[in-house]
Ligand binder design. Structure first.
Ligand code: ADP
Ligand code: ASP
Ligand code: MG
Length: 624
C-alpha cells in the first residue's frame, strides 16, 4: 500500500465525461490498496477565460484581485471530482489550498510555498477518504490570510509540494500527452516519448519553454527526492519518470524558500577565444564550430552577443591545452567567414580579429532554488563587484550562473561567494587536478564528469520559447559592479533574466571603455524592464535601452553533451541550412540556446529536432 499524489491537468478534467474518467482511475487506484491525494487544475481553458475577462475590464488588474479571480477555477473542478467519486461509492472530500493549509509568501500571482500543514490531510486519509485538493493556490502566512496563486501552470508545483510534505511514495502528473517528449508534439508531431529523464535536464527543458511540467515542481522533486512520473490521462501506459539524485536532508519548513544556492564550483582550466566583428549572417557560427569540432576540440561556454551594424562577436572557452589549436582554427577560418557575399562591399576582413586570453577561470553558483528568484544572480554579481572582481563573460541557466573572471581573482571569488551564499561544504572529487580549498569546493561538473555521454545521446530534448523579449543595454561602462547594478534593478522589479551576454568588443565613448549587455526576459516584463533601466541610465552611465519582443529562443538540452565535441556545430548547421540567422547564443553545461527571429522559431525547432535524430516513427496526437 502506497501513499500517492496524483495531479490532473486542465484538459484531463475538461468536461464532465473526463472528470468521470478521472474518478474511475482514482477509484481503481484506491481499490488497489493505495491512499490518495488528488490535485486538480481548473477545467479546460477556464483560467485563460478568467484572465480574458479581467483584461476586458482593465489592462492592469490588481494582482490581489487576479488571485481572487483565478483561484475560483480550481474550486469548480475539486467539487465536481469529489461528487463523481461519491457517485462511485468512494468517500472523498474537496479542499481549497487554504483549507489544507498550503501556506505561501504573500507575493500575489507568483507566491512560493512556505509549508504545508498535513494534520487535516492525514485525518481524512486515515478515514479512507480521497482528498481532492485545489491546485495552483495557497494562503498567505500573513494575518490577513490572503488567497494567493503560484503562477500559471502551478498545479504541478502544488502536487509535488504535497507529495514532499506528506512524504508520499511518489507523485503522478496526468496530462494530455503520453509523457515527456523530445519536444512539443503540437509543433513537431513526430516527437518521441522518453522513458526517463534526469531532473537537471527536465529543469532546463521546463524553464526553456516545455510546459509539460512547471519548473518549480521539478525543483521540489529534486530537492526532496520525490519520485515523479508524467503520464497520459487517456491510457495506462507507464509515461516518463523524472530521476533525481539522492537528496541532501532539507527541512520542510520554508519548502520553496530554502537556501537557493547549493554549491560554488570553479574551473581554472579554461581559456577564452573571441572572434570580433565577424559578419552577422546565417552560417557563420555553424562554420566556425564545425571546424572546431572537426579538430575534436570540446568547447564549454559559447556566447554570441548582439551588436549594432552588420557584425557580431562570438566568444567561446576551451580547456587551456586546446587553446593553441582553437586559436589556429579561428585565425584560419576568418577569411572564409568574412568573404563578402555577392553584391556586398563590406570590408569585413580588415575589421575582424581573433583575441585569446589564457588567464581566466570560471566560477559557478548552482542550486535548484534559484529558479524564478532573480535576486540570486544579482547577488552573485554584486558579491564579485564588492570584491573588485570584473566579470568577463556570464552564462546562465535556471539552476546555474557562471562568470568568467581573471584567473588571479579565482580564489578570492570562491571565498566571497561561499560566504555570501553560506555554502560551507560541498563534495570534492578527488584526483581531478583541480584545486580544492579548505572551503571544500567542488570542481565544476564539466571538468570531472564521468562520461555520461556513453549512456545518453548528446541531446535529449528541444524546446521553443516564444514568450521572451530581448533587452539590449548599450554602452555600459566596463568596470566591476555594472552587471550587479543592472541586474539588481531588474531583480527589484522581480524580473527574471536569462541569456545574459556582454559583448566582447569594447567601445570608447567620451574617454570611457564600454560594452553592450543583452539579456532576455519574459515578454510581459519587457516594457517594465526597459522603463526601470531607462530611469537609471544617466546615473549608471549607460546609453540606450532597447527591447525587441519579436524573437524566439530555441534550445537543446542533454547531459550527454558534456565532453562531446560537435554538438553546438550540429545545432548551428541545422539553422544555417534553413538560412536562419542566429542573433544571440548562450550555453550552459547541458544546454545551448539560440535567439532567432520570432517568425523563424517553429522552423528552427523542427530543423534542430530532426538534426539530432530525435524524430520517432509514431505520430503523437494531442486531444483538444
Ligand atoms: P496540463 O493542463 O495537463 O498541465 P499543459 O498544457 O500544462 O497540461 O502541459 C502539457 C502540454 O505541454 C502538452 O499538451 C504539450 O503541448 C506541451 N509540451 C511542450 N513541450 C513538451 C514536451 N517536451 N513533452 C511533452 N509535452 C510538451
Ligand atoms: N489553472 C492554472 C493555469 O491554467 C494552473 C494549472 O493548470 O496548473 O495556469
Ligand atoms: Mg500544466
Amino acid at each position: 500500500m502506497a501513499l500517492i499524489v496524483q495531479k490532473y491537468g486542465g484538459t484531463s478534467v475538461g468536461s464532465v465525461e473526463r472528470i468521470q474518467a478521472v474518478a474511475q482511475r482514482v477509484f481503481r487506484t484506491v481499490k488497489a490498496g493505495n491512499s490518495l491525494v488528488v490535485v486538480v487544475s481548473a477545467m479546460g481553458k477556464t483560467t485563460d477565460g478568467l484572465v480574458k475577462l479581467a483584461n476586458e475590464i482593465t489592462s492592469n488588474p490588481s494582482r490581489r484581485e487576479m488571485d481572487m479571480l483565478l483561484s475560483t477555477g480550481e474550486q469548480v473542478s475539486i467539487a465536481l471530482l469529489s461528487m463523481a467519486l461519491h457517485r462511485l461509492g468512494q468517500p472523498a472530500i474537496s479542499l481549497t489550498g487554504a483549507q489544507v493549509g498550503i501556506v505561501t509568501e504573500a507575493e500575489h500571482t507568483r507566491a512560493r510555498i512556505l509549508r504545508i500543514e498535513t494534520d487535516r490531510l492525514n485525518r481524512h486519509l486515515q478515514k479512507g477518504e480521497v482528498v481532492v485538493v485545489a491546485g495552483f493556490q495557497g494562503i498567505s502566512a500573513t494575518d490577513d490570510l490572503e488567497i494567493t496563486t503560484l503562477g500559471r501552470g502551478g498545479s504541478d508545483t502544488s502536487a509535488v509540494a504535497l507529495a514532499a510534505a506528506l512524504q508520499a511514495d511518489f507523485c503522478e502528473i496526468y496530462t494530455d500527452v503520453p509523457g515527456i517528449l523530445t519536444t512539443d508534439p503540437r509543433l513537431v508531431p513526430d516527437a518521441q516519448l522518453m522513458t526517463e529523464i534526469t531532473s537537471d535536464e527536465m529543469l532546463e527543458l521546463a524553464s526553456l519553454g516545455a510546459k509539460v511540467l512547471h519548473p518549480r515542481a521539478v525543483e521540489i522533486a529534486r530537492n526532496y527526492g520525490i519520485p515523479l512520473v508524467v503520464r497520459s490521462s487517456w491510457t495506462d501506459d507507464p509515461g516518463t519518470w523524472v530521476i533525481s539524485p539522492p537528496p541532501k536532508p532539507r527541512p520542510l519548513e520554508g519548502l520553496e524558500l530554502v537556501r537557493p544556492v547549493d554549491a560554488v564550483e570553479f574551473d581554472t582550466d579554461q581559456a577564452k577565444v573571441s572572434l570580433l566583428r565577424v559578419p552577422d549572417r546565417p552560417g557563420v557560427a555553424a562554420r566556425l564550430f564545425g571546424e572546431i569540432a572537426s579538430q575534436d576540440l570540446d568547447v564549454d561556454l559559447i556566447i554570441q552577443s548582439i551588436h549594432e551594424g552588420n557584425s557580431n562577436d562570438i566568444a567561446f572557452t576551451v580547456t587551456k591545452d586546446s587553446l593553441n589549436k582553437a586559436e589556429a582554427v579561428a585565425n584560419a577560418i576568418i577569411p572564409a567567414l568574412c568573404k563578402p557575399l555577392l553584391g556586398e562591399s563590406i570590408p569585413a576582413l580588415d575589421a575582424a580579429e581573433v583575441m585569446v586570453e589564457q588567464q581566466i577561470a570560471k566560477v559557478t553558483i548552482s542550486g535548484a532554488g534559484m529558479i524564478g528568484r532573480p535576486g540570486v544572480a544579482a547577488q552573485m554579481f554584486s558579491t564579485l563587484a564588492d570584491a573588485g572582481i570584473n566579470i568577463q563573460m556570464i552564462s546562465t541557466s535556471e539552476v546555474k550562473v557562471s562568470c568568467v573572471i581573471a584567473q588571479e581573482d579565482c580564489d578570492r571569488a570562491i571565498a566571497v561567494l561561499c560566504e555570501a551564499f553560506e555554502v560551507t561544504s560541498s563534495p570534492v572529487s578527488e584526483g581531478t587536478g583541480y584545486r580544492a580549498t579548505e572551503l571544500d569546493i567542488a570542481p565544476s561538473a564539466s571538468a570531472v564528469s564521468s562520461a555520461p555521454a556513453a549512456l545518453h545521446p548528446p541531446v535529449r530534448g528541444v524546446a521553443l520559447d516564444l514568450k521572451q523579449a530581448r533587452l539590449a543595454i548599450r554602452q555600459v561602462p566596463d568596470r566591476p559592479g555594472m552587471a550587479a547594478k543592472i541586474f539588481k534593478l531588474l531583480a527589484d522589479q522581480n524580473i527574471s533574466v536569462d541569456m545574459i551576454i556582454q559583448s566582447q568588443r569594447c567601445r570608447v565613448v567620451n574617454g570611457m571603455t564600454t560594452r553592450d549587455i543583452a539579456c532576455t526576459v519574459a515578454q510581459m516584463d519587457g516594457e517594465l524592464a526597459r522603463l526601470a533601466l531607462e530611469k537609471a541610465a544617466s546615473e549608471l552611465g549607460y546609453g540606450e535601452v532597447l527591447v525587441d519582443a519579436a524573437i524566439a529562443k530555441v534550445s537543446i538540452v542533454g547531459s550527454g553533451m558534456v565532453g562531446q565535441p560537435g554538438v553546438a556545430a550540429r545545432m548551428f548547421t541545422a539553422l544555417a541550412e534553413q538560412h536562419i540567422n542566429i542573433q544571440m547564443i548562450a550555453t550552459s553545461e547541458i544546454k545551448i540556446s539560440c535567439l532567432v527571429a520570432e517568425d523563424d522559431g517553429v522552423r528552427a525547432l523542427q530543423a534542430i529536432h530532426a538534426a539530432f535524430g530525435l524524430s520517432g516513427s509514431q505520430k503523437i496526437q494531442v486531444p483538444a
